[in-house]
Ligand binder design. Structure first.
Ligand SMILES: NC(=O)c1ccc[n+]([C@@H]2O[C@H](COP(=O)([O-])OP(=O)(O)OC[C@H]3O[C@@H](n4cnc5c(N)ncnc54)[C@H](O)[C@@H]3O)[C@@H](O)[C@H]2O)c1
Length: 653
């Protein structure tokens, strides 16, 4: 770190009769390491003036201002004075009795702060303190101070700032830093000692004024707060900077709760919905569906609803699109499935994308369009891509949220799925780092992202189907269903884990196929509503049959012979019981197809052929396949080689 750079952060500290405590406090900040500036106000009549002077002399980063005493009730004026002298892009309210446990706190701070432009955006960074939940250390951006003109208009500056920031939706949370107060002490009780003259004189002031809140609840101050709120709100609404707000097209059951959640993490929203009812929900602060947490957030919302997509694009750089992609009513799952299923209806999405592209083209500035709507894999390639223009940076970002808990799920995701082809994901990933306080992005191509979104749900469905089938079987055979789940739930290595979640060939060995086939007998005997066991075995067999057909097709079109490599049911063994490799050979035999079949006994000189790898033996990666060969690799583990065609099943194209 270049310590000669202008400090990014200025700490503002009015202090009285706490020179020793201040010294301890400033030492804990790592002033030199972190290139900080500290501005200290001390009263001219302070009994410890010499000590303060000595502290400031020791480090040029401490700027001491000795001023005529104005008293604790004018604390805000001391803050405003210090703020005017500060050079940092950020200003933090600091206390002479507070300290940081590690000097590295600043690394966390600056990493988060760098996602927020302090010179162009009014922002409050909220750093939690100790004690009661309302104890926090506010950090405001220079732009905030520039727009409002002061920190506070009453003594309790943090409360003031918090009110303004909450009502204008500019409060963002810095996670991972916890300053401590000397009066609360550390977890081990150390330093819980500082209840001194300063503390006593504040208590006395509360008694003298008869106001323990020191103005926090006065009507006069409420009016002044409204004034600050109005300054920020009108600035946010009128600025031409498109980075300040987040756009939303479609504020239905998903879009609206998500927009409210984003507001609660400190970003303002501009929205458009073709349904006029949405505007009314927002102005009435009431929605007709139940969604946890929306009621409270709706009370404080400042969502600006505009009358066209064009106005959203004009005001926002990053625009989410959450319009519906409905399915025919017959395929919503509440009716028995009788008809042939169809794709979702993308007409609303296509119309919204067309409108967004048109507006972005007109504006001539690049817009990042983030589509949330659920699409089946390949929808982007077929339906959306042809509608786009170079002015649109298209990203697909579906959410894994459940209706009813949209806000919590959005704010606490397992991961953030980002589908991107040739665009720039930075505007979106930075936005999420700001919202979540960490990087949770999983970036892949758009078609794969479309797939992950729906296959995630399928995975849950299959777990539930399994649980229900086990439940039915338990009922019919006198087993305890809950004990079954509890026992399986303990298998966190093999079952509740990512193990086996990798495509290749079917499972084998002396247990799996045999047990499933035996269970399929039991399912028939006990007239189970659906013979899942038989169907699992059929799915396993059909998959091997598909690989066999693919091999035959390649052989037919190339005119090359077929070679199966692998006989064992799993790598690095020679056991063949229940082996999918043997199943593959049997399927080819049944089809009357000729082939050679080797395990480790293959010839030194391999023929030019279509190779199907049926067991994932490590040794096969060392084979020198002759040029002109085709290798079908269900495991995606053979490296590309010149002259050889590798068909990597499910591999990156
Ligand atoms: N609701 C959920 O919990 C959830 C969860 C995951 C994914 N999704 C997906 O998100 C998408 C939206 O779902 P939803 O439940 O919010 O649907 P919804 O029908 O409740 O909301 C869609 C909104 O988009 C508006 N809209 C349609 N076309 C528009 C246009 N051209 N311009 C502006 N607004 C337009 C509609 O008026 C409506 O208010 C769907 O693809 C859905 O599958 C929803």
């Amino acid at each position: 770190m270049n310590t000669n750079d202008t400090p990014k952060l200025s700490l503002l500290v009015p202090s009285r009769e706490r020179a020793e405590s201040l010294k301890f406090s400033l030492n804990s900040l790592g002033l030199d390491r972190n290139n900080l500036e500290v501005l200290v106000w001390v009263d001219g009549d302070d009994a410890q003036l010499d000590l303060y002077r000595a502290i400031a002399k020791e480090n040029k980063r401490i700027r001491l201002f000795i001023k005529p005493r104005i008293g604790y009730l004018q604390y805000h004026l001391m803050m405003d004075f210090l703020a005017q002298q500060a050079v940092g892009e950020w200003q933090m309210l600091w206390n002479d009795d507070a300290y940081m446990e590690h000097v590295e706190w600043y690394d966390t701070f600056i990493e988060y702060a760098s996602l927020n432009p302090p010179l162009t955006e009014p922002v409050l960074l909220n750093i939690w303190g100790q004690g009661r939940p309302q104890h926090f250390f506010p950090v405001i951006s220079k732009k905030y101070f520039e727009i409002v003109g002061h920190w506070s208009q009453m003594t309790i500056c943090d409360t003031w700032i918090k009110h303004i920031a909450c009502r204008t939706n500019i409060r963002r949370y810095v996670f991972g830093i916890k300053p401590r107060h000397r009066k609360f002490g550390a977890d081990n009780g150390a330093l819980g000692d500082l209840i001194d003259n300063t503390s006593h004189s504040i208590e006395q002031l509360q008694k003298d004024t008869g106001d323990v809140y020191l103005g926090q609840r006065s009507r006069q101050n409420r009016v002044k707060m409204d004034n600050d709120v109005a300054k920020i709100t009108s600035w946010i609404r009128s600025t031409t900077d498109r980075n300040i707000r987040i756009g939303f097209v479609g504020l239905g059951k998903l879009g609206l709760p998500v927009a409210l959640a984003i507001e609660s993490r400190g970003k303002n929203i501009v929205g458009f919905d073709i349904d006029p009812k949405i505007k009314k929900y927002i102005s009435d602060r009431k929605i007709p569906f139940q969604e946890q947490g929306t009621e409270k957030l709706l009370q404080n919302t400042t969502i600006e609803m505009v009358d066209s997509v064009e106005q959203v694009i004009k005001k926002c750089n990053l625009v989410f699109c959450a319009v519906q992609t409905p399915h025919d009513e017959r395929f919503e799952g509440h009716k028995p499935l009788k008809d042939e299923p169809t794709d979702f209806d993308y007409s609303h999405l296509k119309k919204a994308v067309k409108d967004i592209v048109k507006a972005a083209n007109k504006l001539k500035e690049k817009t990042t369009l983030v589509v949330i709507s659920t699409c089946l894999p390949s929808t982007f390639e077929k339906e959306i891509k042809p509608l786009l223009s170079p002015k649109v940076n298209y990203i697909y970002n579906p959410f894994f949220i459940a209706m009813g808990t949209v806000i919590t799920d959005f704010l606490n995701p397992e991961f953030v799925l980002v589908g991107n082809n040739n665009g720039d994901t930075t505007p979106l990933t930075n936005f999420y780092k700001m919202i979540h306080g960490q990087d949770k992005a999983f970036i892949t191509d758009i078609t794969t992202a479309e797939g992950i979104k729906v296959l995630y749900n399928t995975y849950i469905t299959s777990k539930i189907v399994f649980a229900n089938i086990y439940g039915e079987m338990a009922h019919k055979l006198g087993m305890n269903a809950d004990d079954i789940y509890n026992a399986l739930g303990r298998a966190t290595d093999r079952i509740i884990s990512t193990r086996y979640l990798k495509s290749g060939v079917g499972d084998g060995g002396g247990c799996h196929p045999r047990d499933n086939i035996a269970l399929s007998y039991l399912a028939k005997k006990y007239k189970m509503s659906f013979n899942l066991f038989e169907n699992l075995m059929k799915a396993r067999e059909k998959h091997m049959e598909w690989l066999a057909d693919l091999t035959c097709d390649e052989s037919r079109s190339s005119g090359l012979p077929i070679v199966i490599l692998g006989k064992a049911f799993k790598p690095e063994t020679n056991l063949q019981t229940g082996s999918p490799a043997i199943l593959l050979a049997n399927i080819l035999n049944d089809k009357g197809v000729e082939f050679s079949h080797f395990e480790f006994d293959h010839p030194e000189e391999m023929p030019i052929a279509v190779y199907i790898l049926a067991t994932q033996h490590t040794q096969y990666t060392q084979i020198k396949f002759p040029a002109g060969s085709i290798i079908i690799d269900p495991f995606r583990y053979i490296e590309k080689k010149d002259g050889i065609t590798i068909i990597s099943i499910g591999g990156k194209k």
